[in-house]
Design a binder for this molecule. Structure first.
Ligand code: GTP
Length: 395
């Protein structure tokens, strides 16, 4: 139901400048949409859309409130003091000015701040000139909500609110303005102050609660996103994107490290035949079990295991000597054999892997791409020379 309405708002936002108005739209609906979009200056996709819309609505309400005050005081009751009338007119002018400024493209933050400060001054002025009738006295109650919306900043909104209620109540209780010296006024002031403070405390408590919830949820979603971006969902291993980052980082600091940096690239032999024989879900299960077996062989903190795609895996690891790196490759092949997974075809009884081992030499700058391709060429030779083995990569 909402979607067509949104489309209309956007269409109108675009059409306000160039196209003739659509005759089928009622005048009121055109005025309304025009107001929400600041005369086509903002669309729903704009990040400021919500604040601009709120500001426009609040200022429209302010025009009605200040206008009503003005008419009541000037025409109906005929008792408005000069100070009171000045505040009404100024309030009206600021509200109109804010809407015009937004339509002219003035930044929403600037308009928010100016109207916020003006509201503070006007409310203080109302307390001082003694216009603290019941309607005026309710304004501090809605003030915190306005402050939060206008400023888009809880701390400044709250500080402003506290400052304002304190200033108004000092003005009231000191009997600073005319008509403020009777006990009824003081009682009204104290009541307003108490209610305003309770309201602010409730708003703040709600805000803190929701903000905490939102932050927790945000952290969870962000953790999930980074997990998805860096890991393979089937095996839980790091993915190809992370592989490039990790290898790049290791290559960049390799020369400052006496140890041997090694990259082992391997894949399952005749995996297509395995899938065809046992089915794809069983193939997935084999990939998961293989990932666990690899993790058990390369289990030191600095060893990083990746699923690079399909049935292709890689390990970036450090050893003290080249011989130790070779021993690790031997161990991996033995661990896969020990899984005892029956091979459906080929000369071997159990599923095997083939691998290429690249040892990164010191004193040479190298790219991850180079390392990968050298290991891949060795893997290819291992495949063509009978599988179930690993070979060194040439440099
Ligand atoms: N079950 C499963 N199979 C996959 C997945 N990703 C790739 N494969 C399969 O892995 C197989 C790889 O086949 P090939 O590239 O021909 O390699 P191979 O059959 O292992 O042959 P060699 O590597 O030469 O020993 C294809 O049949 C793919 O469908 C996966 O996530 N799950």
């Amino acid at each position: 139901m909402r979607k067509p309405e949104r489309v209309m708002v956007e269409q109108h936002a675009c059409s306000t400048r160039d196209d003739p108005p659509n005759a089928s739209q009622s005048v009121m609906s055109r005025v309304w949409r025009n107001l929400l979009t600041s005369g086509g200056r903002t669309s729903e996709r704009s990040p400021d859309y919500l604040r601009i819309t709120l500001l426009n609505l609040i200022q429209s309400a302010a025009i009605i409130v200040w206008g009503t005050f003005l008419v009541l005081n000037l025409v109906v009751m005929r008792e408005g003091s000069l100070g009171r009338l000045t505040i009404d007119v100024a309030g009206l002018a600021v509200a109109v000015g804010a809407i015009v400024a937004l339509r002219r493209g003035v930044s929403v933050s600037l308009v928010s701040r100016i109207t916020h400060v003006c509201l503070f001054v006007f409310l203080l002025g109302l307390a001082i000139v003694g216009a603290n009738n019941p309607l005026t006295m309710t304004l501090p109650l809605i003030y915190p909500a306005l402050a939060f919306l206008l400023l888009d900043d809880i701390r400044r909104g709250l500080a402003g609110t506290l400052l304002m209620t304190a200033a108004i109540n000092i003005a009231l209780s000191s009997g600073f303005g005319p008509g403020l010296r009777d006990s009824g006024t003081l009682l009204d002031g104290a009541l307003t102050f108490t209610l305003a403070m309770c309201f602010q405390a409730a708003v703040l408590a709600l805000y803190v609660h929701h903000r905490k919830q939102a932050m927790t949820r945000l952290r969870e979603v962000s953790d999930q996103l980074s997990e998805l971006a860096s890991h393979d969902p089937l095996t839980g291993l790091y993915n190809r994107r992370t592989f490039v980052d990790v290898l790049e980082r290791e290559l960049s600091r390799h020369d400052r490290d006496d140890r041997q940096l090694a990259f082992l690239l391997f894949d399952i032999d005749r995996f297509k035949a395995y899938n065809d024989h046992y089915g794809h879900p069983q193939g997935d299960e084999l990939l998961r079990r293989l990932a666990i077996a690899v993790g058990q062989v390369f289990s030191r903190g600095e060893d990083t295991v990746f699923r690079l795609g399909g049935e292709e895996f890689g390990v970036v690891f450090h050893t003290e000597t080249p011989e130790q790196a070779a021993a690790m490759a031997d161990q991996l092949l033995a661990a896969v054999e020990a899984m005892g997974e029956p091979a459906p075809v080929g000369p071997h009884a159990t599923v095997s892997i083939s691998a290429g081992l690249y040892l990164v030499g010191h004193g040479r700058s190298m790219t991850p791409n180079h390392v990968y391709h050298q290991a891949d060429a060795a893997l290819y030779r291992a495949k063509t020379s009978g599988r179930a083995r690993w070979l060194y990569a040439n440099d």
